[in-house]
Design a protein around this ligand. Structure first.
Ligand code: GTP
Ligand code: ZN
Length: 236
């Protein structure tokens, strides 16, 4: 469900900003994946596009390997549950990101658009453990002043996050697609996440937060533009 909160628009150095917070995209990608399996409108539920049986077999093997009895009452349906969960967690693999930013509007707005605090939930590709946090995504529309729907930015996060990922690549992929698909003059993406692979195992440092950024176009070439966006991203 998307929770839309009308943005505030502070005036800073002649630029207008659109801010929006706490966008939740839970459940949205199920719909997207169902529509866009192999780029076609299939109506296929996301689970049908994944080899659930193969995941089930593998999970059963893991349970045996760790010393569990996969046939005991509580675990009998676990391999099937995990298979369905993985189909959902990795649904982004079956969505073409280029299909997300298809809606754009005439707005005659050539200044910064910034959406803060978009919920991010992904799976670290090294350990297949979750990492989660928030993304801030900003872009400066191209000279035609066309903008995209704000929810599309959150959908973009979903498509790239619901794959085996590293935070750095997730950050760059969002910025690159904004540039390529929207013809933006600049894109800035900042993610702040906590990785369970660092909390529950290994070094076991709870609360450590990893910040990654990707800047493209005007944000890369103009320090003032970048500093202004960073100040807005960090303003609380
Ligand atoms: N750069 C980056 N590293 C990540 C991310 N997620 C997990 N990692 C790291 O991936 C690394 C994998 O290191 P390895 O030495 O191959 O694996 P490991 O023995 O399990 O590492 P430890 O976590 O240090 O126990 C670890 O340092 C993780 O913290 C990410 O999104 N970005
Ligand atoms: Zn990890």
């Amino acid at each position: 469900m998307n929770v839309f909160q009308p943005g505030i628009e502070p005036e800073t150095a002649g630029r207008r900003h659109v801010e929006k917070s706490s966008i939740s995209t839970s459940g949205e990608l199920d719909y997207l994946a169902a529509r866009l399996v192999d780029g076609k409108l299939t109506g296929t539920p996301v689970e049908d596009a994944v080899d659930l049986g193969r995941i089930e077999k593998a999970v059963r093997e893991i349970l045996i390997a760790v010393g569990e009895d996969p046939d005991r009452d509580g675990l009998q349906r676990t391999p099937a549950r995990v298979a369905r969960a993985y189909a959902e967690l990795f649904a982004g693999l079956r969505v073409d990101p280029a299909t997300v930013l298809t809606t754009s509007f005439e707005a005659d707005h050539e200044e910064l658009v910034l959406v803060r605090d978009i919920e991010v939930q992904s799976m670290c590709e090294h350990h297949l453990l979750p990492f989660k946090g928030v993304a801030s995504i900003g872009y400066i529309p191209g000279t035609d002043g066309r903008i995209t729907g704000l929810s599309k930015l959150a959908r973009l996060v979903e498509v790239f996050a619901r794959r085996p990922q590293v935070q750095e690549r997730l950050t760059s992929q969002i910025a690159d697609l904004l540039m390529a698909q929207l013809g933006a003059r600049g894109a800035i993406v900042v993610l702040e996440c906590e990785h369970l692979c660092m909390e529950m195992r290994g070094i076991r440092k709870a609360g450590a937060r990893t910040v990654t950024s990707a800047v493209r176009g005007a944000f890369q070439t103009d320090g003032k533009v970048r500093a202004e966006a960073m100040a807005l991203i960090n303003a609380r």
